[in-house]
Ligand binder design. Structure first.
Ligand code: NIG
Ligand code: FE
Length: 444
């Protein structure tokens, strides 16, 4: 336990608190932000966890009832701002080297995303840069992005490998993710994505894809499991990348080895990804911009049963690819499928760290309401990464991950396009960003 005097934080003076209390949201509940407003409000944090939230006098009474002295709580004035749970970015490719702005020019002249990949660019150019980069370079690049994420209100992010595509570099990427998680303050959820593309050394061979799948299942996955860092396994299930059958074999092996599952599904063409995610009980199916009718029906059935698959939508990617083809978020919500939103942060299709910007794009291009978008980056995102018992809502016992925003209402969060509105960010009960300063807080 750290020093008694430093153990408490009491946030007072918020205009409203969006608690997100009550678990995974789907259907009309996707808009339920469980807000408290209209009086003196407070959130009390003790030893890194939420102790109490609600009316100030009630919160004070609970502090006293716990036998804790009020003066052991550091005060933080929310000054009429909005308080929400810390945002959770459920899909990022955080660790990479190099940039791909040249590809943007190629796409503007009509080249397709997979066409560029086929020609050895795209993901493969980031693979070459990442293999060549030192650990120190990978750490420095990712650290810079994490500082930006924190300043935009993100307190937890999923982070994938997938720019190594060989045992050594995949393990190196996961190790960098683990080191950054320990360094904090942004908490990371590591995902192994060896099946992100078929690497150059397999491409000339007639059996190249199958031989690479065998490498993923037979060599990379066992090494990743031995390393013990990855919690999830992901596959880029897409026409002309990895088929549903190949994805099923990789994910089946990963599940057998104890990893939880998620899937890049139907990003560019219907590829059986949504159907597969439902069949395998993935925690999350991501992208879903081109799912088939059967795929949507399969996700709806899963949502109605006891193994809902969170539809983690990535509208910044559709936007940046200029596809004007967004996932049918309203259809998902109407079908009772829980929706999360994430950045997909990566150098090729979504070079943004900002969940508030993603919320704006979701409201503008997918007709989500600001409340639905906020649920999608908090409690539903927590489910997407398998951490809903720890985060995603402001409820007693959960980690004290909070953001005080410089706006009084939820509607204003996506409204101020591209603005940096996080005034103070709290991770595990400690102020880790505020007044433009980032403070380190080890996660262990
Ligand atoms: O989710 N589509 C596959 N993976 C990433 C893009 C990775 C890249 O282009 O480097 C995505 O969009
Ligand atoms: Fe992705």
């Amino acid at each position: 336990m750290s020093g008694f005097a430093a153990s408490g934080l009491l946030i007072e003076g918020a205009a409203s608190i969006a608690t997100m209390a009550g678990g995974l949201r789907c259907g009309s509940a996707q808009a339920d932000v469980a807000t408290i407003s209209g009086g003196p409000l407070a959130v009390a944090c003790w030893e890194g966890r939420i102790l109490a939230v609600g009316w100030s006098d009630e919160v004070h009474r609970q502090i006293v009832a716990e036998g804790l002295p009020l003066d052991a709580f550091r005060r933080l004035d929310a000054a009429g701002g909005l308080v929400t749970p810390g945002l959770i970015d459920a899909h990022t490719h955080l660790v990479f080297a190099g940039t791909r702005e040249g590809e943007w020019q190629m796409r503007a002249r009509g080249a397709g995303y997979l066409e560029i990949l086929e020609a050895g660019g795209g993901i493969l150019s980031t693979v070459a840069a990442t293999r060549a980069a030192s650990d120190a370079d990978l750490l420095a690049g990712a650290r810079r992005r994490l500082a930006e994420m924190l300043a935009s209100g993100t307190t937890t992010a999923e982070a994938k490998s997938g720019y190594g595509l060989d045992v050594a570099t995949e393990l190196r990427q996961l190790d960098v993710i683990d080191r950054l998680d320990r360094e904090g303050p942004v908490q990371l959820v590591p995902t192994y994505l060896g099946a992100h593309a078929v690497p150059a050394e397999y491409r000339g061979r007639p059996d190249g894809i199958e031989a690479y799948v065998a490498d993923v299942v037979g060599k990379q996955l066992p090494a990743v499991v031995r390393q013990g860092i990855a919690r999830f396994c992901d596959v880029f299930c897409e026409r002309d990348v990895f088929s549903a059958d190949q994805s099923a074999r990789i994910l089946g092996a990963a599940r057998g080895a104890g990893l939880a599952l998620r899937l890049h599904a139907d990003e560019l063409a219907p590829s059986g990804g949504a159907e597969l995610a439902a069949e395998l009980g993935c925690l999350s199916a991501d992208h879903l911009a081109a799912s088939s009718e059967e795929g949507i029906a399969a996700l709806a059935r899963a949502a109605a049963g006891d193994r809902p698959v969170v539809a983690t939508l990535l509208p910044a990617t559709s936007w940046f690819l200029g596809k004007h083809h967004f996932a049918p978020a309203r259809r998902f919500i109407d079908a009772g499928i829980p929706v999360a939103l994430a950045t997909d942060l990566n150098p090729g299709t979504s070079p943004t760290v900002s969940l508030p910007l993603v919320m704006s794009i979701a409201c503008l291009e997918m007709s989500l309401t600001p409340a639905e978008a906020l649920v999608a980056v908090t409690i539903n995102a927590a489910h997407s990464v398998g951490l809903s018992s720890e985060m995603g809502s402001i409820e007693p016992g959960k980690q004290a991950d909070l953001v005080v925003w410089d706006v009084p209402s939820i509607d204003q969060l996506p409204y101020w396009l591209g603005a940096r509105l996080a005034r103070t960010v709290v991770k595990r009960g400690r102020v880790v960003f505020g007044n433009g300063r980032v403070r380190r807080c080890p996660s262990t």
